[in-house]
Design a protein around this ligand. Structure first.
Ligand code: TXA
Ligand code: MG
Length: 330
């Protein structure tokens, strides 16, 4: 049985907050993607997230808080963190920080790591929920582990039914997410920032704010070139995976392909097309990406071909996600 999303009215937000306080799960919109939230201090509630998602327990979660004061009660904000917070919080930046020993967070949230991922979302429903619940909300993207992230309440409902997630108490619906790509993750510990996941905040914007180069610690960056262990388990290669094969940077799609287009599709192609952005606008393409992958996965074509997308600005995050959809499944 699937759970019907409810509109994110004030009353429903209050009900959702009460569910969170009682240790249950609530799915809610953020500006990036929908989150599957639980009280980050409760082992029992956080364990329910891992169970509902089918997520490996070594993959830690992001803790969402209402403001910088709350962030500082769970983590140490060094000077780099303070600079980035001033520019990008609230918003779609997640920082990996040193966790305070007395944080009170469940060890499951951080998978036992001494660090913690913190984000202050800007979406009004997420903020209202954080204020009403008055607790730190652990929230991964609201999709089953390995699936495409959810950018609408309907995507959440499609991924979770009450058999899988008996503790999912409510799905708050506030329409499609504005940005459509997950937050950017940057590790700022030790004062030398490293990009762990490209996302809605561009590397260029981060570098401009800090007035320095930020090394790319992502799958395309250093971990691809070295055998160093991955510091963010979310750098698992296959992820965001539709159920059919995906081919990248295709300029001459076969008629048997379904095409994920960016800009003008090749002349003569008569197969099914979903266009990320006809005007080659990367923000529009980001917002459409996950819904497009879900739609193509439902198409009759046996495989998906993706047109080339420039690897700059938001294109970096789009290519990162696409690369994982195409990675060998393990
Ligand atoms: O936009 C977003 O970030 C969404 C919304 C709901 O906020 N959340 C999201 O969560 O994308 P999730 O769980 O799908 O991705 C969180 C990523 C994972 O790759 C995880 O490995 C990484 O954050 N992460 C969490 N804590 C970490 C830590 N202490 N050190 C390194 N990576 C961490
Ligand atoms: Mg996710």
């Amino acid at each position: 049985m699937s759970l019907e999303p409810v509109p994110a009215t004030e009353i429903n937000i209050q009900r959702a907050a009460a569910y969170l306080a009682a240790g249950q799960l609530v799915a809610f919109p953020t500006e990036t993607v929908y989150g599957l939230g639980a009280d980050a201090r409760s082992d029992h509630a956080v364990a329910a997230i891992f169970k509902a998602k089918g997520r490996p327990s070594f993959n830690p979660l992001i803790v969402h808080v209402a403001d910088i004061e709350a962030a500082a009660t769970y983590a140490v904000l060094n000077s780099v963190a303070a600079e980035l917070a001033a520019e990008f919080w609230p918003g779609s930046l997640t920082m990996i920080l040193d966790q305070r020993p007395d944080s009170g967070l469940s060890e499951l949230v951080t998978a036992g790591l001494p660090s913690v991922a913190i984000r202050i979302p800007i979406h009004p429903v997420a903020r209202a929920l954080l204020c009403a619940a008055d607790l730190p909300i652990a929230a991964p993207s609201a999709n089953r582990s390995g699936h495409v992230s959810a950018t609408t309440a309907a995507h959440v409902a499609a991924d979770f039914n009450t058999d899988f997630a008996p503790t999912l108490a409510m799905i708050l619906d506030d329409g499609p997410c504005r940005l459509g790509l997950e937050s950017t993750i940057i590790d700022v510990r030790g004062g030398s920032p490293r990009l762990l996941r490209p996302g809605a905040v561009t590397l260029e914007a981060l570098q401009k704010t800090l007035a320095r180069d930020i090394p790319d610690g992502t799958a395309q960056g250093e971990t691809a070139r070295s055998s160093a262990p991955r510091t963010s388990p979310g750098q698992l290669e296959s992820h965001y995976a539709p159920s059919k094969p995906v081919f990248l940077n295709v300029t001459e799609p076969l008629q048997s392909h379904a095409l994920l287009a960016f800009g003008e599709p090749p002349k003569g192609f008569t197969g099914e097309i979903v266009n990320l952005s006809r005007n080659r606008d990367l923000a529009e393409a980001s917002a459409n990406l996950f819904a497009a992958l879900r739609a193509l996965d439902r198409s009759a074509a046996a495989s998906i071909a993706v047109m080339p997308i420039p690897a700059e600005g938001l294109g970096r995050a789009i290519n990162d996600r696409l690369k994982r959809t195409a990675a060998p499944r393990g």
